[in-house]
Structure formats: C-alpha cells, structure tokens
Design a protein around this ligand. Structure first.
Ligand code: SAM
Ligand code: FES
Length: 352
C-alpha cells in the first residue's frame, strides 16, 4: 500500500486530527488494505472504551408528516404517494413501555418536522415516559425547532437529541434541500442543543447525490471540531418517489471506512450501525460494528405504521414485531463477538 496513505492513517491514529486535504486523500484512495488498517485501529478504541458492548436504542417513528421537502427523503411533504400517519400520545408511551420491558433503556422519538405536535405535546410525552420509567433515557429526533422549544424539552426531561447536519458543505446542502431550508439554521440548532446540555448526535449521508470526496472530508473535519456525542452515518439510498429517484445509492465500503475514521477521530463517540447500512447489505450492521460502530437502533414503532415511514426504498425490518427485531439483532451481534446490553449507553466521559 502507498506509504503516504499509511502515514496519513497513522497520523490520524496519533493526533485524532488531520488537515482537510489529508482526509480527502484517504477517502479518494479507499482500498481494502486501507479499510482493514483503519478498522483495526477503530476496533482497538471501541474495545478500550466500550469493550464488546453494543448499546441499543428503541426507535419510535411517531409521525411521517413533514413540513420539509428534502430532495432525498421518502417522507418529504411533496411526496403525494406517501400515506401519512401520526401516533397518539398514548401509543407513543406504550411503545416506550414495550421497549422498556424488552430491555431498552433509551427510546428515540423520531419523526418528520410535524408541528401538529406542539411543544406542550412533546413535553407531555417526555414527562409521561419518564414518570413511568425514570431510568429511561429519552432522545428526540424531530428536526429544527427554536432554542426555547429545545430548552423546554430538556427541562421536561429529554436527555439527547439527534439532528444530522446532513453535509458540512453549505453548497451541497443547497443542492440537497429546497431554498427555504438553511444550512446555517441547522448548524445553529446543533450548537443550541449542545449549549443547552443535551448529548447531541450529528451525522451525514454517505455518497448523497453530487457529494465529492472533498465534501466527505469536510464532514470529517466538522465532526473533529464540533465533537458531537454521537455521529450517525448511513449510505444515501434512493427512494422511487423523490426527485433523486434515479440517483445511485452510497456504498457499503465507503460507509464502513468512514465509520472507522470517525472512531479514530473521536474514540469515545457513539456511532450507530444504521438501518440504512443494513438495507444495502444483509450483514451491513454487523460489518458496521466490526468497523467501529457501537450502537444499533431497532424499531419499536407499531408494525401497522412501519411501512409508511419509508425514507428510502427496500428499508429493512418493516414487518417484524419489536421483540423479533431485538432478538434478531442480539443473534447477529453475538455472532460477530459482541453483546447487546441493557444500559442507557451514554457517551463515555459525558457525565464527568
Ligand atoms: N426530521 C428529523 C430530522 O430532520 O432530523 C428526523 C427524521 S429524518 C427522516 C432522519 C434522517 O434520515 C435524516 O437526517 C437523513 O440523514 C436520513 N435520510 C432521509 N432520507 C434518506 C435517504 N434517502 N437515504 C438515507 N438516509 C436518509
Ligand atoms: Fe422531513 Fe425527511 S423531509 S423527515
């Protein structure tokens, strides 16, 4: 292998930081040997901070209404083919309760940007989940809201917030989203969430339409500097009813390589092996863990609505009950030498 590539990867291992051009060099020259070396470094950190433990988050996709029109997303408001649903407060709470019984200690409430749920509705849901199970961590993933709303959810008991930055290149951002959406606003939201005290998850799609190696290098540099507690990445996967229907999906290899690089950049960071990764390859999530990921997010949504939360084509796990999903994942994870644990799964060092 090119010695410059080895040198650059080793430098990342020592400094947890590279110049933008160096990240770009690694990405442009991805090859099986480089991936293997990066995964070896990544797994070393994974072991150091998390042993062979894999954390689980129960995902409740509670609404597929969205006011946004992201060009890549299957539940964008412009998709007339998408059958819409909203879960009632009682249903959301009962999903969280089912999850608790199955061993989940984190529930992720995710949805499109749906303002039919007021701040008070969201706070009520958080309070009621916490009242039932005070050791259940509540993570929100409901998009961009203003500072006061984020503060209100936090005060009501929300612990974490997932808001992928999607891309760190403002120009690419404008090509992936309609003009009404703002890169700066999204970045400001992430900063607000961090300032308020949430454990914050950023993240990006891998090989989204038009994305270059330089763009991905910018994402890595952003993660290096912003240091979110979590970083969720998954391949871009096309959806038949979006403007990007004919665009190519991202690859398994690039996603795995970037997971390893992220682990090297910030060894304590929580990194999920995403459903999108499991969608592009039957063993994608297991491979993600072996590349350095340490979180999986099985679905707790009622099976009656699963197929309606279709962000991209052929999404996996839309037919199984929650219990089946978790059992399936336990088997998959243990097959590659890891163990799913009943634990809130905070980022190591967050509560120091
Ligand atoms: N509305 C919330 C938000 O914007 O953060 C959360 C829901 S949104 C559907 C969750 C994530 O799905 C997005 O951040 C995006 O990265 C991912 N996503 C959407 N469409 C996708 C696609 N076609 N392929 C892969 N990931 C996609
Ligand atoms: Fe809103 Fe995808 S466009 S969740």
């Amino acid at each position: 292998m090119d010695s410059k590539l080895i040198e650059t990867l080793d430098k990342l291992n020592t400094n947890h930081s590279l110049e933008l051009e160096e990240y770009q060099l690694l990405i442009e020259n991805i090859n099986p040997d480089l991936m293997k070396r990066a995964a070896e470094y990544a797994v070393k950190y994974q072991e150091q901070f998390y042993g062979n433990k894999v954390f689980i988050r129960g995902l409740v996709e509670f609404t597929n209404y969205c006011k946004n029109d992201c060009y890549y997303c299957g539940i964008r408001r412009g998709n007339r083919e998408c059958e819409r649903y909203r879960l009632r407060t009682e249903d959301i709470i009962s999903c969280a309760h089912e999850g608790y019984k199955l061993g989940f200690r984190t529930v992720v409430l995710q949805g499109g940007e749906d303002f039919a749920y007021s701040d008070e509705d969201i706070c009520d849901i958080i309070r009621r989940i916490k009242a039932e199970h005070d050791d259940m961590v509540v993570t929100l993933s409901i998009g961009e809201r203003d500072h006061d709303s984020y503060q209100a959810y936090f005060d009501a008991g929300a612990d974490r917030y997932l808001l992928r930055h999607e891309t760190a290149n403002p120009e690419l951002y404008t090509r992936l989203h309609p003009a009404e959406m703002s890169f700066l606003h999204r970045m400001n939201c992430l900063q607000d969430l961090k300032n308020i005290g949430y454990q914050v998850g950023a993240g990006f799609m891998v090989q989204s339409p038009g994305q270059t190696a330089r763009d991905l290098a910018m994402d890595l540099k952003f993660i290096e500097e912003f240091k979110p507690d979590m970083c969720g990445i998954g391949p871009y996967i096309s959806h038949k009813d979006t403007p990007f229907a004919k665009e190519e999906s991202g690859t398994l290899e690039m996603t795995l390589f970037l997971i390893s690089l992220l682990r090297m950049i910030y060894p304590q960071m929580l990194i999920p092996a995403t459903t999108a990764l499991g969608t592009i390859h039957p063993k994608g999530r297991e491979m993600g863990i072996q590349a350095g990921a340490n979180v999986v997010m099985p679905n707790l949504s009622p099976t009656s609505v699963r197929k309606m939360y279709t962000l991209y084509d052929n999404k996996i796990c839309t037919g199984e009950e929650a219990a089946e999903c978790i059992n399936c994942l336990k088997g998959r994870v243990s097959f590659v030498g890891y163990e799913i644990v009943e634990d809130a799964g905070d980022r190591v060092g967050f509560y120091k």
